[in-house]
Design a protein around this ligand. Structure first.
Ligand code: GLP
Length: 293
């Protein structure tokens, strides 16, 4: 029986890969970290690695509490290691309807306060959906066109809603959807009330990239931290692909890395296997990331 040198695994997989557009290694990688700090360092190092390999890359960015540690680490890398954002283009996933950019709970405000104000990003290359647009349908279509004109998203960063949403693609969203208005689920309104103080103040609608928009990104990095994400994370990775958990469609994407801390990973049936695979990948000296540009 023919045996294969484990060092040749990735070469073998490359040979077997499908369409030209997808050439290269395909995998859904699950990295389980000790805690939130390690998760943030690992995710920032993936993003930094993309920026160093492709200084004019297009990043899809996310809001919520999960990526804050990643942004802090990117800011540190900019200040201490000269990580250069000057040619990077960014597209945010979503924005609430009706909040002006200077509203402290708007995602515009969030992004400037938590990242853009502290790095040398060119403001003309920053894109966030305009939740105040008069014609929201046109705004969604224009956002899609701007992403396309920029060459598409190289790396899309995602958090995970407690109901399994990505962006604001709530359960039952079309898995082929593009940027459009979504009505927020009650659970999401309740979750996000912690930022607004009162549930009544949370906007009921958002303009969000669609599931299809997200799936077009060349590389996807999803972060999940804390016990409240253990159930949606399990549904994302090990559940059926279903609009009930829009993140589960990532199982169909050829290049996804999911970084979870121990708490978020606590309900994964194959947790030990994912750790074992990571350990083997390290032993084989496999490149952590495989950006194709
Ligand atoms: C919001 C955002 C999502 C984010 C989610 C989880 O609904 N639209 O992009 O992933 O919150 O937020 P957190 O990271 O605070 O749990």
């Amino acid at each position: 029986m023919a045996t294969m040198d484990p060092k040749n695994f990735s070469r073998e997989i490359k040979c077997c890969s499908g369409p030209r557009r997808q050439a290269g290694r395909s995998e859904l990688r699950v990295i389980i970290c000790r805690d939130y700090e390690e998760l943030s360092r690992r995710s920032a190092s993936i993003i930094a690695s993309m920026i160093r390999r492709k200084p004019n890359c297009v990043l899809g960015l996310a809001t919520g509490s999960t990526p804050i540690g990643t942004y802090k680490e990117l800011i540190r890398m900019h200040k201490e290691e000269g990580l250069d954002f000057s040619k990077v283009t960014t597209f945010n996933l979503d924005e609430y309807l009706g909040l002006p950019p200077d509203h402290p709970q708007s995602y515009h405000y969030f992004m400037w306060r938590n990242l853009f104000d502290h790095v040398n990003v060119d403001p003309s290359r920053v894109h966030i959906p305009n939740g105040l647009a008069k014609n929201l349908e046109k705004e969604g279509q224009a956002y899609e066109k701007t992403i396309k004109d920029a060459g598409g998203i190289d790396l899309q960063l995602l958090g995970l809603g407690r109901d399994g949403h990505i962006g604001f693609n709530e359960p039952s969203s079309s898995l082929g959807s593009r940027t459009r208005v979504k009505t927020l689920a009650r659970e999401t309104i309740r979750d996000n009330a912690r930022f607004f103080g009162r549930e009544e103040d949370v906007p009921r609608f958002a303009l969000t990239m669609g599931v299809g928009t997200i799936m077009d990104a060349r590389f996807i990095l999803l972060l999940a931290s804390g016990a409240s994400k253990s159930q949606p994370l399990r549904a994302t990775i090990e559940g059926p692909i279903s609009a009930e958990c829009t993140a589960s469609v990532l199982q169909l994407h050829p290049r996804v890395t999911i970084i979870a801390d121990e708490e978020a990973a606590s309900r994964l049936k194959r947790r030990e296997y994912y750790k074992y695979v990571e350990q083997k990948a390290q032993e084989l000296g496999q490149d952590m990331f495989w950006f194709h540009m």
